[in-house]
Design a protein around this ligand. Structure first.
Ligand SMILES: [Zn+2]
Length: 275
């Protein structure tokens, strides 16, 4: 009898081993391993690409990689100039002129400070939607400064240096070629002064502008990053999907997102195709 029980125990103790080994060798098991390896590679690469970003922003992207990539796709499909980098280290050059400039004063529902302003036509419908919704809340979003050509920016910067000295001019005014205003998608609203932040319109824009694709380019406390002091009046249009991506994955700091996308654009496009 003892021998019989020993055999039974030996037989039963083998069953789970056979079962496990059988399961791990089937076809669906291999495919799952393959997918996870591919995914791991993608995550590893995005981890490397995001090395220059602050740790909390990096972890937010990596920890939610599927959704991040899903939201990144439409932003990379936008016309390139929408997220083109124009800052102290990235010049657009003297020849950059948008082709679809229009006068916002010609469009219903837009309030302009003068009649010779220019903006890219692609931003008009979202701008009208934003101005209309603000108007319904009793607010006027006054468009005060818009597209500036390379030559105009050159004169403006020189004038600023004459008026305020080089150090102040560098903090408040862009050298020609490096201004977002040359893109035709940046707008200075209202009084173009620090007080605008405390007006109902300034507060509304800061809170709601992103829903229509407009985000603050030079936020408070980031002069070390953007090169410019806080400009509560200066917004750049990056489309609603771009603004959502900025808000959810880049700490709502435009500079982080624009810089990340421009530095890694080609590789991100390849990764997304392979995904
Ligand atoms: Zn501006």
């Amino acid at each position: 009898m003892n021998k019989f029980f020993t055999i039974i125990i030996i037989v039963f103790s083998f069953i789970p081993v056979i079962s496990c080994s059988g399961k791990s060798n089937n076809k669906s098991g291999s495919a799952a391993v393959g997918i996870s390896t591919e995914k791991e590679r993608l995550v590893e690469r995005v981890k490397e690409l995001s090395l220059g970003l602050p740790e909390d922003i990096r972890l937010g992207i990596i920890g939610d990689i599927d959704r991040f990539l899903e939201q990144l796709k439409p932003v990379l499909n936008l016309p390139e100039e929408i997220i083109l980098q124009a800052d102290k280290s990235h010049s657009l050059g003297a020849d950059y002129t948008p082709e679809d400039l229009v006068n916002p004063g010609d469009y219903t529902g837009l309030s302009v400070s003068r009649n010779n302003l220019s903006l890219r036509e692609i931003i008009i419908s979202d701008l009208q939607r934003m101005s209309g919704d603000a108007w319904n809340e009793g607010l006027i979003l006054l468009i005060s400064s818009t597209y500036r050509s390379f030559d105009y920016q050159d004169r403006l910067f020189k004038w600023n240096v004459e008026q305020n000295g080089l150090e102040t001019a560098e903090r408040e005014s862009a050298r020609p070629g490096t201004s977002q205003h040359q893109l035709g998608t940046a707008i200075d609203f209202g009084s173009i002064t620090d007080e605008y932040a405390f007006t109902p319109a300034g507060k509304w824009l800061l809170e709601n502008g992103w829903r229509y694709g407009f985000t603050l380019s030079y936020p408070d406390g980031y002069e070390w990053l953007t090169g410019y002091r806080y400009e509560c009046w200066h917004f750049r249009y990056i489309t609603p999907s771009g603004a959502k991506l900025q808000k959810e994955y880049f700490g709502d700091i435009q500079h982080y997102m624009i810089s990340f996308l421009n530095t890694n654009r080609e590789e991100l496009e390849k990764l997304l195709k392979a995904d």
